[in-house]
Design a protein around this ligand. Structure first.
Ligand code: HEC
Length: 143
């Protein structure tokens, strides 16, 4: 028997979406995380992705400290780095419809199952892996 192979240290186990169910007062709260898509991101680049129209344009819906003109369709993200782990933030940015099928927020790193995609964008996510990691680094720094 190989003592090294446990569900938690096996590579597959680390890459898989980690699911931790916390039971309380009769209802279950799911904490879903997603493993990094690449090397650690850069918070300054992530801020650019967050505010720019060519990037995620997240400010259309989210208020963050230091940005005056922002929408309020989504929750304000001040202090998000203390409320959610990087893996939980990544899980939401990649495809929030996994949490809430009715979500107003688009799936930013999903290529399958998208309807009405212009040919030039077919098979391409809105944000590439590096942009996702940069945004995760930026939001993680909001404390
Ligand atoms: C069209 C509006 C819209 C855009 C654009 C948008 N979001 Fe959201 N976002 C939402 C809404 C609404 C929610 C609440 C969950 C839902 O959709 O039901 C949310 C939730 C979140 C959450 C979870 C917040 C929490 O407190 O749990 C994070 C993190 C987040 N968004 C990050 C981003 C990032 C990063 C971008 C840009 C890449 C972005 N959002 C773009 C509307 C938007």
């Amino acid at each position: 028997m190989n003592a090294d192979v446990t569900p938690m240290n096996a590579d597959e186990g680390m890459r898989a979406v980690a699911i931790a169910a916390v039971l309380g007062s009769g209802c279950a709260t799911l904490s879903l995380e997603q493993a990094p898509l690449g090397p650690p991101g850069d918070a300054a680049r992530g801020r650019e992705v967050f505010v720019s129209r060519e990037g995620g344009h997240c400010v259309l819906c989210h208020r963050v400290p230091g940005v005056r003109v922002a929408g309020d369709v989504g929750p304000a993200l001040e202090g998000i780095g203390t409320r959610l782990s990087p893996g939980e933030i990544r899980y939401r940015v990649v495809d929030i419809t996994r949490l809430n099928p009715e979500a107003v927020m688009p799936a930013f790193h999903r290529t399958e199952g998208l309807a009405r995609v212009a040919p030039a964008y077919a098979g391409r996510p809105v944000l590439d892996a590096r942009q996702v990691e940069d945004v995760v680094a930026y939001l993680g720094s909001l404390r």
